[in-house]
Write a protein that binds this ligand. Sequence first.
Ligand code: ZN
Length: 284
Amino acid sequence: MTDLRNKRIITVATTGAWPTKKDTPNVPIEPYEIAEEIYNCWKEGAAVAHIHCRDDEGRATMEFRKYEEVVTLLRTKYSDCDIILNITTSGGIGLSEDDRIRPFYELKPEMASYDCGTMNWQHNSVFENNPQFLEKLGLLMQEAGVKPEIEVFDPGMIYNAQYYIKKGILKAPCHFQFCMGVAGGIAASTKNLVFMKSVMDEVAPGSTWSAFGVGKGAMEIMYAAIAMGGHIRVGMEDNVLYRKGQVADNNMQFVARAKRVIEEFNCEVATPSEAREILGLPAR
Ligand code: ZN
């Protein structure tokens, strides 16, 4: 058996809810663009794909047929690609709970995001994940055999996870995504990442974790997470700039850089099958 402690999982979040073709023409928006970009990111070393879709106007959506199209393309046209699929359950802000549930419940990706609390989003709206919704979401994920990727935007959300683990809504060992640098949540700094991890170790020992920083903290969080034994997420959902003043050409550019950093640190990039082992997902 290979030693997995030295392996780092790269998750790519190609699209997200926000960047438009006006912000950057390079963001994949159409289902065929998203599927092709995920395929190319897998070739560069991404083991997990976090998927959002857009409606015909390019706005954030949980429209089922869009998710179905992306997943079907990946399972047919790109069937040699064994990347782990992780479907969003937020989609954006203010989408209906039923619509947020349907894609993961019917398409049965191996993972789906689970945003573990409500927050003020970017000082302009409410990202609502109320207690009733979180209980329902956790139980439906168990029913569908989908592993939650517990997205936490501040330490309070890690304590929410502790509550849901105790209630049996979330099953240990859990996987956390530390989402840092979003206005309304915790800032993206190494000091804060160390604190987030220490809270997680205390309340959910044995969990795996990944992290990303939005905006200027992106590189700091990537280097710190790799050094601290965590996994990382990159992509245009979180950053459209490759570096200050330079718009990224595509998502593959972010994956390639993450791979270089991981290897320079004397770690190795986890393949999807190694990532399954690390995350406790059934082998395929
Ligand atoms: Zn997302």
